[in-house]
Design a protein around this ligand. Structure first.
Ligand SMILES: [Cu+2]
Length: 508
């Protein structure tokens, strides 16, 4: 067996769980244009690497005849030789709903390339897919016991067969069974050989398992320390994963090498969205703004040169800081402490208007952000999360502006800390990875400095007033209570609002 197929066999046997950039939220939700066709895409990465990614596409534009999907590595030689595309199926009577499944053969930075054909001609769209094994799954004890018993019977049977053959194989028919030690010797030797084979097999298994566990994803580690002058130092360390991962290959994602959310825990009543700067390889620093004391959870988003994103986690206990004022893209928000989930009820801030639930968040300058909530929220269901910003008179602000090149930024954070996902109007993937996967979107010469985002949803550029609403495609990974921090900008003011969502398991 060659090395590759051995690795594949081991991967199947060990069965690994997968992760992606966000914390606890591996599925990719994305909205994008495939030429003239608008697609909403869900990619659920495989439970094993190698393994099968499940794909759903909902076409927002009618008239599509056929969609094919191909998994392609983001960079490297293999990216130039994609495999044969798979045609997606229409599993229902709905002509705009497509499904498919694709093999992902190795961990790393992938993209799923969609080719669309229809009445308006062809179009393509690529959705980045970071694929990584998260853990090694243990064998179930019952299965292990069953296999052990069966294996023991096999050994006994083999010893018995060899013993019988040694005693009686050369005996003419009808002769009585001879006395003697010949059979016992053969059985003892066979037993010893079988035990040796089992011990050697166990060693092979363990070494392959150890080799595979090297592939299990371990995010970069981040150690925060507070230095004199209210400097927060973030020291990054690679605990070992794929050898090609580096600390010095980070690329900017919407203008910054690192996007850091600091959330006061467990109340989630204070949030900062800040941008530390590198001072050395694997070392970022940030002059902290004024902030109240507390236990803060840190979530830092970075993207590697191959488009693979990571979210680094840490906690830090901070004294009251009287630091610099917020500048540039830095922003902060305050909200009431998040309440513990009440079974069967909606968050206290939910009201009903014309029968549909909504939440209104009053901002400190008199503006309001409104979330028109879906009637129910269930895990793993793609939703469009839409938020509107209104001025103190309740009208759309006339001076809406882009915040770091986009109409809005959102962070979905579970109150137990198990989920953190930083989402944009295009979806869950890192913007830089999305642009690497779709170079045609950045070929617009008229678009100007950040015009490479011009073709993407929520990234309108140039003339014309910006809308006062933003939509994020996302699906909650699990049931429970989440706080959603949403940021939009008007004039030079970045508004940060907080909404609470209760996600319920669907009734059986
Ligand atoms: Cu963002």
């Amino acid at each position: 067996m060659n090395r590759r197929s051995r690795t594949i066999v081991a991967a199947f046997l060990l069965c690994a769980l997968t992760a992606s950039a966000h914390v606890g939220s591996p599925d990719v939700y994305a909205d994008g244009q495939a030429g003239p066709y608008r697609l909403s895409v869900v990619v659920r990465p495989p439970l094993v690497i190698p393994g099968v990614a499940e794909i759903e596409v909902r076409a927002q534009t009618p008239g599509i005849d056929r969609i094919s999907a191909t998994p392609v590595p983001m960079v490297g030689e293999a990216a130039k030789h994609p495999p044969m595309p798979d045609t997606m199926a229409r599993p229902s009577a709905d002509p705009q709903y497509f499904t498919g499944s694709l093999w992902i053969m190795a961990p790393g930075s992938w993209q799923i390339r969609f080719a669309v054909n229809g009445v308006q001609g062809p179009g393509t769209l690529s959705i980045p897919l970071p694929a990584a094994a998260l853990a090694t799954r243990k064998m179930q004890p019952a299965l292990g016991a069953l296999l052990a018993v069966l294996g023991f019977l096999l050994v006994l049977g083999m010893v018995g067969i060899v013993g019988a053959a040694a005693r009686e194989a050369q005996l003419p028919p009808g002769q009585p069974r001879p006395e003697g030690r010949r059979g016992y010797v053969a059985m003892t030797v066979t037993f010893a050989v079988l035990i040796a084979v089992i011990l050697l097999g166990n060693r092979w298994w363990k070494s392959d398992a150890a080799g595979y566990s090297m592939n299990v994803y371990k995010p970069l580690q981040m150690a925060p320390t507070l230095k004199p002058g209210n400097i927060l130092d973030l020291s990054l360390r690679d605990p070992g994963w794929l050898p090609q991962r580096q600390l010095d290959d980070l690329v900017p994602d919407h203008n910054h090498l690192m996007h850091l959310y600091l959330i006061r825990w467990p109340a989630m009543d204070i949030v900062f969205h800040l941008h530390p700067e590198p001072v050395a390889t694997g070392d970022f620093q940030l002059a902290l703004p004024s902030m109240p004391a507390g236990d803060y959870h840190l979530y830092a988003d970075v993207v590697h040169a191959n488009g693979f994103p990571e979210t680094l986690e840490a906690t830090v206990l901070l004294p009251p800081i009287s630091g610099r004022p917020l500048t540039g893209d830095d922003a902060e928000g305050t909200a009431s402490p998040v309440a513990q989930i009440q079974p069967g009820s909606q968050p206290a801030s939910t009201t009903h208007r014309n029968g549909s639930p909504e939440q209104r968040f009053r901002l400190p300058d008199g503006y309001t952000m409104v979330w028109e909530m879906p009637a129910t929220l269930t895990p793993r269901t793609p939703e469009s999360f839409r938020f509107d910003l209104l001025d103190p008179a309740g009208r759309p602000p006339s001076d809406m502006s882009l915040y770091m090149g986009m109409l809005g930024h959102a962070a979905f954070v579970k109150t137990d800390g198990a989920v953190f996902a930083h989402i944009h109007p295009t979806g869950t993937m890192a913007m830089t990875a999305f642009m690497m996967a779709n170079p045609q979107a950045s070929m617009n010469p008229a678009a100007g400095a950040s015009g490479d985002m011009a073709d993407m949803p929520g990234m309108r550029m140039g003339s014309g007033a910006l809308p006062n609403s933003v939509s994020f495609p996302y699906g909650f990974p699990t049931a429970g209570r989440y706080r959603i921090f949403v940021q939009m900008k008007h004039g030079t003011t970045v508004e940060t609002a907080a909404f609470d969502a209760d996600v319920c398991s669907p009734a059986k």
